[in-house]
Design a protein around this ligand. Structure first.
Ligand SMILES: C[S@@+](CC[C@H](N)C(=O)[O-])C[C@H]1O[C@@H](n2cnc3c(N)ncnc32)[C@H](O)[C@@H]1O
Length: 263
């Protein structure tokens, strides 16, 4: 097992709402990147830390009955993919559990490696699972865009947002891993490495605040017990997410791809 537990673990009641929000916020861009890599009929794909399964479902449709999608997660309870014949769901820790070597045309992960301290060995494992010529696409946050009303009046910087960042840092989450991925994939021997960051302005009612609400609520007790925020400040911030004037910039989600050399 990974040496630190996943900070936003899937067994908590808030997790169920996180996955539809993530899909709404990011799937369109993920699908565009997967399209550009040429995912097609017959491909064998690995979806690491599949969460709610929206990307694995899309991949299954794309690869069709002659292809295969292995969807993994340390806790796959929200991977509702049982009836799709092209998909195999597996309980799997990307940092420690074995994968078939040189087996996949595509390995994809989104917002997984920033959470695991052993992200370097996870990357090595993902690359080892690629066939020669296969593609890795990893999408991870870079929090260098942070809400800042001094820079942009009107942006909301919630005290809960700062408390969450502090909590995630303490738990070994690397909130800036996305920015380093380009260099990491090159160093690990991938070729045709490319990176694109996407960021959004998130108003009330959009997918981003819905996702942030699940994160805030899941770590609420910890943030209050640690003295990072009071109960009333927390309640005020949760209400602010629905305010007519609320908006905040998203972190940058870097989508970084690279190809395993053909020989
Ligand atoms: C933030 S969610 C992202 C889910 C999905 N990839 C998405 O973008 O919608 C992170 C997921 O990674 C899984 N995860 C965390 N640590 C993991 C590990 N060491 N190996 C495999 N999956 C892991 C979690 O259980 C969770 O489902």
């Amino acid at each position: 097992m990974s040496t630190t537990p996943y900070a936003l673990d899937n067994s908590s009641p808030e997790a169920a709402a996180r996955f539809p929000a993530l899909a709404r916020a990011f799937d369109a861009g993920t699908q565009r990147h997967l399209d550009a890599l040429g995912v097609t009929t017959g491909w064998r794909c690995l979806e690491v830390g599949g969460g709610g399964g929206s990307v694995a479902r899309w991949l299954a449709e794309r690869v069709g009955p002659t292809g295969h999608v292995l969807a993994t997660d340390i806790d796959p309870r929200h991977l509702e993919l049982g009836s799709i014949p092209e998909v195999e769901v597996r309980v799997h820790d990307i940092t420690t559990d074995p994968l078939p070597p040189a087996s996949f045309d595509l390995v994809h992960a989104r917002l997984v490696l920033l959470h695991v301290r052993e992200r370097e060995s996870a990357l090595v494992n993902m690359i080892a699972a690629l066939k020669p010529g296969g593609w890795l696409l990893d999408e991870e946050f870079d929090s260098s865009v942070f809400p800042d009303p001094a820079r942009n009046p009107g942006e909301c910087l919630l005290k809960t947002h700062v408390a969450l960042a502090r909590t995630l840092d303490e738990r070994g989450v690397d909130r800036n891993f996305g920015r380093r991925l380009f260099g990491r994939l090159r160093s690990l021997g991938l070729v045709q490495v490319a990176a694109e960051g996407r960021t959004f302005m998130w108003p009330a009612g959009s997918a981003g605040p819905a996702m942030m609400r699940t994160n805030y609520e899941q770590l609420r007790s910890h943030m209050i017990d640690a003295g990072y925020i009071t109960r009333s400040e927390f309640d005020r911030d949760i209400a602010a997410l629905d305010g007519r004037d609320f908006f905040m910039p998203s972190p940058i989600l870097w989508a970084v791809s690279g190809r395993k050399p053909a020989s």
